[in-house]
Design a protein around this ligand. Structure first.
Ligand code: RI2
Length: 304
């Protein structure tokens, strides 16, 4: 396999490259590098591309963004000569990357308009889509405060806190288990998504569903910021979203806990009844419109 496919694939697997949008763009970029460098026969190219696809898809099983990106690049290939096929792969990868960046910006704009001046926002983990909403609201002159969870076990919340502080936003980091304690101070919860199922359930960093439950109890709006390539076409035909479980070592050193078992699922599913809205680059929708988005926008994800 092309060294860039392996380098980027390993980066995604080890979470050096992380975040559902970022891993999708990285996978598209890996396929672009492969196409740019390839010389050989069309048959061999197709075989190698299939291997690259399978490998990239195996790196992180939950985020459908990765899958949708890979299919976007491969399934739209045109041409029968090697040059044309390569050109088409490169063009598709570039177009996916541009589409992804522009989707995040649009989500930021739509979402920021919904944030009221003086709002206290809670976010979880590190989502570029959710942060774009918060940052654009701040840049538009709204006085906002943010609470963010540290997000065990990977502590992606540290990245979020730093980024918000750099922007000059009033940010407070809390431990994940303090969410209910602080919910009375929160006006709106905004999180990202790794995958959205056709019934509107949102799969995001583990702990998200507990936050949604607490927000529901306190009648605090719970909003998801997600590009449309986070919607999963396969869930329409009944496929369940695979929840990634990562090594115990991410939680603690198992050797120091003889006789103790560990479980480390890194995502969970929030049902649509706890979600007030999903902000996409196409507009702000009810989670119950997820199927409609999949039907209209994602026409590249399901293998026929
Ligand atoms: P953006 C992340 O997964 C988090 O769950 C985050 O909420 C989600 O991806 C979406 O991130 P991980 O890679 O695409 O940290 O909005 O496991 O950046």
């Amino acid at each position: 396999m092309h060294p860039k496919i392996i380098e980027i694939g390993e980066g995604i697997k080890s979470m050096k490259i992380r975040g559902a949008g970022r891993i999708a763009r990285a996978a598209a970029e890996a396929l672009k590098y492969f196409a740019e460098d390839y010389s050989g026969t069309v048959d061999e190219f197709e075989k190698e591309m299939e291997k690259a696809k399978e490998y990239l898809l195996s790196t992180r099983p939950t985020a459908v963004s990765l899958r949708n990106a890979v299919y976007y690049v491969i399934n739209r290939t045109e041409g029968d000569s090697l040059d044309k096929i390569k050109e088409s792969i490169i063009k598709n990868a570039e177009s996916f990357i541009n589409l992804s960046f522009s989707a995040v910006k649009k989500i930021g704009k739509f979402g920021a308009e919904r944030i009221r001046d003086g709002s206290v926002i809670l976010t979880h983990c590190n989502s570029s889509a959710a942060l774009e909403v918060i940052i654009q609201a701040h840049r538009s002159g709204k006085e906002i405060k943010v609470f963010n969870t540290e997000t065990r076990p990977w502590l992606q919340g540290h990245i979020t806190s730093r980024k918000l502080a750099e922007e000059g936003i009033d940010v407070t980091m809390i431990v994940d288990s303090a969410v209910r304690y602080f919910m009375r101070d929160i006006d709106i919860v905004i999180v990202g998504a790794d995958t959205i199922a056709s019934n509107g359930a949102v799969i995001n960093k583990v702990g998200t569903s507990q936050i949604a439950l607490v927000a529901h109890e306190a009648r605090v709006p719970f909003i998801v910021a997600a590009e449309t390539y986070k919607f999963s076409p396969e869930t329409v035909i009944g496929k369940l979203v695979d929840i990634e479980e990562r090594p115990a070592e991410e939680i603690a050193n198992p050797k120091e806990f003889p006789g103790v078992k560990f479980r480390n699922p890194v995502f969970d599913a929030t049902p649509p009844e706890y979600i007030d809205a999903i902000i996409t680059e196409r507009g702000i929708i009810s989670p119950y419109l997820a199927y409609q988005i999949i039907k209209e926008v994602i026409n590249f994800g399901v293998e026929s």
